[in-house]
Write a protein that binds this ligand. Structure first.
Ligand SMILES: [Mg+2]
Length: 263
């Protein structure tokens, strides 16, 4: 649980600036590192384990957990808009349509009992930072894919459901790849992360396909990785082993607690 998203982020980290555009590459070059995608994914997981609901309303609670993790890991490569918001004194409402909301929702797909409560949680998780229809829609689409994958729905059913519910149009990666350029808008990344999963046959092929698109690679691979792990149920041991040296100890503790509560 959740490791799939974190490892996707780490594998994508060095490709964000040096796009790969192929499925054949070394998974963990030495400069690999976790980025904001991992930090915020863990922030949500930690909230779902430790949040005391009595303290404040749920939307504000998400915002506070994001800020706490931002302060703990200030140099993880956040977007400028998010960084400015995280350093504010008050809690203003940002209307970003960036993929920052969709990149962090993996844990919600495991923790929520049904789709209605999942979508409500995703809305709350978006309220202060991504109060924009496009960002909310993408975050729900990714979280829904994790939820259905974890329930072992088949890929075709997941694809049809997401097409209908979120009005996403999926196109084969081979038709997109050559002309695709960097864009961190939700609608330019979340559908492609899903398509990489739909075309995959294992966790590893899912990640390789996600990276092969180019663009915002750490975020795309983080989203694909979260879904793929939920669906395939395992990450190859070699990838876990090679990737584990880049995973922060603090992350590991949160994931352990999360698995204990929701596993
Ligand atoms: Mg990142």
């Amino acid at each position: 649980m959740i490791y799939g998203a974190i490892l996707g982020d780490i594998i994508g980290s060095v490709r964000e600036l040096h796009n790969e555009k192929s499925e054949d590459f070394i998974l963990f070059p030495r400069e690999s590192h976790f980025t904001d995608d991992s930090v915020m994914t863990i922030a949500i997981a930690d909230k779902l384990v430790h949040d005391d609901k009595a303290l404040c309303n749920n939307r504000k609670a998400y915002a506070m957990w994001y800020r706490q993790y931002y302060r703990r890991y200030p140099n993880a490569g956040y977007g400028q808009m998010f960084s400015e918001w995280a350093r504010e004194d008050g809690f203003s409402i940002q209307r970003s349509y960036g993929n920052g909301a969709a990149m962090r929702v993996t844990a919600l797909g495991y923790a929520c009992k049904d789709l209605q409560s999942l979508w409500k949680e995703v809305d709350d998780s978006c309220y202060y930072t991504h109060n924009h229809r496009e960002a909310r829609n993408g975050a729900k689409a990714i979280a829904t894919a994790v939820f259905l994958a974890n329930k072992q729905e088949d890929k075709e059913a997941i694809r049809n459901f997401i097409e209908r519910k979120f009005k996403y149009v999926f196109q084969p990666l081979d038709e997109i790849r050559d002309a695709y350029v960097f864009n961190s808008r939700t609608s330019y990344t979340a559908p492609l992360a899903l398509e990489a999963f739909f075309e995959s046959s294992s966790y590893e092929t899912a990640i390789r396909k996600a990276i092969s698109i180019g663009g915002d690679s750490d975020t795309i691979a983080c989203m694909t990785g979260g879904i793929a792990e939920a669906y395939y149920r395992e990450i190859p041991e070699k990838i876990m082993m090679d990737g584990s040296r880049y995973i922060d100890v603090g992350f590991r503790n949160v994931i352990n607690d999360f698995m204990e509560k929701y596993g």
